[in-house]
Design a protein around this ligand. Structure first.
Ligand code: OTU
Length: 643
């Protein structure tokens, strides 16, 4: 039978049996309308994913009942927000947007305490606050909360669902969108489902991937990438008590969910909508690349992973349409791009920009940045990049080797160099970072460290060298100038606005010392904020420079919804792009070298009908003369707007 017809019949059957009367008349109409609009694509996706399942139609019916239940539970206030967002779906492209990611317990005592500190974020201009995973998770090592034991329960040390609800309301009043993690590739081994599975309850055994011996895991492992080789080799964990193996891509206490079982999809939709109904505006799809496994492949970025995410997204569109997805695919740029579409993820981390900014700072060369972004920055116009330089994780060098080859760089060798550079093993390097996830088999490694430490501030302060400090501050500001203007939501990582250095205390903690990512998860105290507000301090120069650039971003619509065009430059140390909307145009230019650079004015051609421009950052005027080079100071950023 034709799929359209089948979907129509399925919907009719479901609607006949669905107890829709439990809703008010208005809501009944709304829910039905949304179902009619979105059910066909949901149906198509699920049929394609689960075609061989005998119980598919039953499962789809269960799913729609779950959507109805969540829709019913959604508060009136959130239903109003749904309406508002649907009328302005590109809210995330506004120049007013500014993100921050933080751990509740590293910036406050708990959620209630954080609720009293919202003015700090408001003052900085934050409109999007990602609270790192705050759900119940195992004591001791919980992978920073990414091992979830109960999605509906807040980690008791941080508060309760009530305190989270309260914070969500306070943030909403302050104009700040709440962003929560949707950790759906795995649960902790203490999640109720995992406990029941371990006890042998058949329904729950199918929630995870269990194996009686290592034969099949070995076949998979021939093709898998090891994610945390420093703690455990391979991707499977042996459970002695039940004499079975379980799939664990990350730590051995994080069990991968088995999405080939439609009950798992349904169950996780329920958890997802619970989170949506707490009042968040975006869900960060953690480790989304790993959710589908195909034997003989690396089990990352599989076609059915995309179909699943689309199906999740459609469920949101039916029951909580104001919520958008943010993709966390820290993988090859071709694969990153595939998650970015209105029907899949409206937002995405931009790991390529992140990695290439650090690359250009190390090499002082912009060729790879320029070459890669010139054909990779543009995405669907309804979607938005989330541009960041640091986060709670390590840095992986996820550029494309062919892009590198085109500018004469050998990708493999260059990654070795970058790891050496950022872990301070390269003669003359300014960076203080730590290696992470070293794999002795292939030499693979990633880098940890705070933004300020990687940019040279730790070294400058340790050597008490004014010149090194000055360069470090200039690098920190240059990075942020790019994040704030290149197009997308700039996402600051808590502590970077205060120029926080590496925090080495994790080395003394039994549960953390094996995981160098903790070096870039510093405890932020009142004294750090005070220091940043005190004029004359190094931290104040960062804070002040950042605040200034933030206010500029928010003032000029050209930094919001506008097109970005990367501009080719002849000087290998210069990076430039043009931002253009219907009425305005800005040209942003950066010097990635610690020496002054002569710039050929060709890149100003977009401004050629004007005689003069103003650099927004310094306030200086610049005459546009095509017969004269102009000079840029070390690490200078220019945001040129026609007068
Ligand atoms: C994510 O990252 C989180 O950001 C990490 O903090 C978690 O530990 C992990 O998932 C497990 O929940 O491997 O090193 O290629 O880079 O999904 C970080 C994608 C990670 C991975 C990413 C993962």
């Amino acid at each position: 039978m034709n799929l359209k017809l089948e979907s129509q019949r399925s919907l009719n059957r479901i609607l006949n049996r669905l107890d829709i009367e439990q809703l008010s008349k208005v809501d009944q109409r709304l829910f039905k309308k949304r179902l009619e609009q979105h059910f066909p694509s949901l149906f198509e996706n699920l049929v394609e994913i689960y075609q061989s399942r005998y119980d598919l139609h039953y499962q789809i019916e269960q799913l729609v009942s779950a959507l109805l239940a969540s829709f019913k539970q959604r508060s009136r206030a959130l239903k109003n927000r749904d309406k508002k967002r649907l009328a302005n779906p590109l809210w995330h492209q506004s120049e007013k947007m500014l993100g921050m990611a933080c751990y509740v317990d590293l910036v406050a005592k708990d959620l209630d305490d954080l609720a009293t500190k919202v003015d700090y974020y408001q003052d900085l201009g934050i409109t999007y606050l990602h609270l790192m995973p705050l759900y119940k998770s195992p004591e001791g090592d919980s992978d920073g909360g990414y091992a979830v034991s109960d999605y509906r329960c807040v980690n008791p040390e941080l508060g309760t669902i009530k305190s989270l609800n309260n914070l969500a309301k306070i943030l909403d009043k302050a104009g700040i969108s709440l962003v929560l993690d949707f950790v759906f590739n795995h649960t902790s081994d203490e999640h109720d489902w995992a406990v029941k599975a371990r006890q042998g309850e058949l329904d729950y055994c199918d929630y995870y991937y269990f194996f009686d011996d290592k034969t099949i895991p070995n076949q998979y492992e021939n093709h898998l990438r090891e994610i945390f080789p420093q703690v455990r080799r391979g991707s499977f964990t042996y459970l002695e008590d039940i004499d079975r193996w379980v799939w664990t891509t990350f730590n051995s206490f994080q069990w991968d969910l088995n999405y080939s079982n439609p009950s798992v999809f349904n169950a996780i939709v329920g958890e997802m909508l619970f989170l949506a109904n707490l009042g968040c505006d975006a869900l960060r799809l953690d480790a989304l690349a790993f959710i589908w496994k195909d034997m003989g492949t690396d089990c990352e970025n599989r076609p059915k992973a995309h179909l699943l995410i689309q199906a999740f997204n459609t469920c949101l569109k039916i029951a909580a349409p104001s919520v958008v997805f943010k993709s966390e695919a820290i993988v090859h740029p071709d694969e990153v791009a595939k998650y970015i579409k209105p029907e899949e993820c409206q937002l995405s981390y931009n790991p390529l920009l992140m990695a290439l900014i650090w690359n250009s700072l190390a090499t002082r060369k912009t060729r790879l940045l320029n070459q890669s972004l010139s054909h990779r920055f543009e995405i669907d116009e309804n979607c938005t990049w989330v541009n960041y330089a640091r986060c709670h994780d390590d840095i992986g060098w996820t550029f494309d080797d062919a892009d590198a080859g085109r500018v004469g760089i050998n990708g493999y060798d260059h990654r070795l160099f970058l790891n050496q550079f950022y872990t301070g093993q390269f003669e003359g390097s300014f960076a203080s970072g730590m290696g992470f996830g070293y794999n002795p088999e292939n030499g693979d490694c990633r880098v940890c460290g705070s933004l300020a430490s990687l940019a040279g501030l730790e070294q400058g302060l340790a050597e008490n060298d004014a010149h090194l400090i000055e360069n470090a501050i200039a690098r920190i500001l240059l990075i942020h100038h790019i994040l704030l203007s290149i197009g997308g939501i700039p996402l600051l990582y808590a502590g970077d606005e205060l120029a926080m250095l590496n925090d080495y205390r994790f080395l003394e903690d039994e549960h953390k010392k094996h995981d160098a990512r903790w070096v870039n998860r510093p405890l932020i105290e009142a004294k750090h904020i005070k220091q940043a507000h005190q004029s004359g301090t190094v931290q104040n120069k960062v804070w002040g420079g950042l605040k200034h650039a933030i206010s500029l971003r928010k003032h000029y619509a050209v930094f919001g919804q506008a097109k970005t065009q990367i501009l080719p430059t002849t000087n290998p140390h210069i990076f430039a792009y043009q931002r253009q909307n219907e009425s305005d145009m800005a040209i942003c230019i950066y010097n990635f070298s610690e020496h002054s650079q002569q710039v050929i004015p060709d890149i100003l051609v977009g401004l050629s009908q004007f005689e003069q421009t103003t650099d927004l950052i310094s306030g200086d005027k610049l005459a546009i003369q095509f017969n004269h080079n102009f000079e840029m100071a070390p690490y200078q950023s220019l945001w040129l707007l026609a007068d």
